[in-house]
Design a protein around this ligand. Structure first.
Ligand code: TXA
Ligand code: MG
Length: 357
């Protein structure tokens, strides 16, 4: 089966709504844009439809899906309890890139929650996702629409690249805005706990609910194997490009110097090399190996605006794949308010290879 790609900008709203709605009602799969990344959507209350998501992505069956709603009234049926902190966070950040974990109600199948008694719920702000959920009344289980282990998709082309022939339809609304996945917070305890850092920062949540903590497993990732992340998906290698990625951290000047050194070694050995730079530094990597072969230098964005970095992160990892580079060296981005979220993704992509200078 060839996947139908429907460009939102060229299609009447009632047409794409009807086609996508029919597919979802029949238990099929539709790639949809959200404000964070593209999602692979199916009816969250249909265990068979959810099973198709796992099959299409090649996703381990213990890795639960996020359920997407378009109105707060939809939350009540899905969960057995709504803590006060959740109400406050929902009021402030929904619709938007925040996912909360609740005790599930009986209507949510274990096939959607990976066997857990909790369910992750988020209300996306993207107009296409909202319209689709609101019009069909179908709550949508939607993980990121990539093959398991690959970088998350920020453009419809990425979804097509990974899932063509495995899903029924893709709604193409161009590149997404944010570019990294939602923040996940567990609201079941006294103090909300961040299970996955994302666009909504700890500081933003603390302004609304006071204390907020971070799953120690996120901070200790790969340093201590005794920490098991509370979001099952966080334990898997993820987002990896095909080339061998290493992050270089330290003061800007030393980072540039180290990356130049590493890149020229590999160029001299005859490898194709990629460099993830910024607008501020990209010109500093002009160099050539033997036979005048240069590294592939890509700017991820500007340090003056962190949003440019999240926006381009996954796209750049995929573009590096397209360049067939064997080694990739990247600058680090830990300092801004979303530094933790950015470094969490990049470190996973690098299999935690990091050099300090
Ligand atoms: O921005 C996003 O959240 C995107 C868009 C499409 O909405 N979705 C997304 O889904 O990133 P996915 O499946 O790629 O990541 C879901 C994460 C996984 O790490 C999973 O383990 C965790 O959420 N998760 C889901 N349900 C959970 C639960 N009940 N308890 C703990 N973690 C949960
Ligand atoms: Mg994912």
């Amino acid at each position: 089966m060839e996947t139908i790609v429907c460009k939102i900008s060229e299609t009447a709203e009632q047409v794409w709504l009807k086609e996508a709605g029919e597919i979802l009602a029949a238990g099929g799969l539709v790639g949809i844009p959200t404000e964070t990344v593209y999602g692979l959507a199916a009816n969250a209350l249909d265990a068979e439809a959810a099973a198709k998501i796992y099959a299409a992505k090649g996703r381990p069956s213990d890795n639960p899906l996020i359920v997407h709603i378009s109105d707060i009234s939809m939350l009540e049926g899905l969960v057995s309890e709504i803590p006060d902190t959740a109400r406050k966070l929902a009021e402030k950040f929904w619709p938007g890139p925040l996912t909360m974990i609740f005790p599930k109600s009986d209507v949510v199948p274990y096939g959607t929650t990976g066997g857990l008694d909790t369910v992750a719920v988020r209300m996306p702000s993207h107009p296409v996702a909202r319209k689709l959920i609101g019009t069909t009344g179908i709550v949508l289980a939607a993980p990121s629409a990539n093959t398991s282990g690959r970088p998350s998709p920020t453009r419809a082309e990425h979804v097509y690249e990974d899932l063509n022939g495995k899903i029924d339809m893709i709604l193409d609304d161009g590149p997404v805005g944010i570019g990294i996945e939602s923040t996940i917070v567990d609201v079941s305890g006294d103090v909300p706990m961040i299970l996955r850092p994302g666009y909504i920062t700890r500081e933003m949540m603390m302004e609304v609910v006071g204390e907020v903590c971070v799953d120690p497993a996120i901070l200790n990732e790969n340093k201590d194997k005794n920490f098991r992340p509370k979001a099952p998906g966080m334990k898997y290698k993820h987002y990896a490009p095909k080339g061998d990625l290493t992050l270089v951290s330290g003061t800007s000047e030393k980072v540039v110097e180290k990356i130049r050194e590493l890149a020229s070694e590999k160029l001299a050995a005859g490898f194709r090399v990629g460099i993830i730079a910024t607008e501020e530094t990209k010109a500093l990597y002009a160099m050539a190996g033997p036979q005048a072969v240069s590294p592939v230098v890509m700017s991820i964005g500007t340090r003056k605006d962190e949003n440019t970095i999240t926006h381009n992160l996954y796209d750049i990892l995929r573009r590096m794949d397209g360049e067939n580079v064997s080694y990739i060296y990247s600058e680090s981005f830990g300092e801004g308010s979303r530094g933790q979220a950015i470094m969490n993704r990049l470190l996973k992509a690098a299999g935690h290879q990091q050099i300090y200078v």
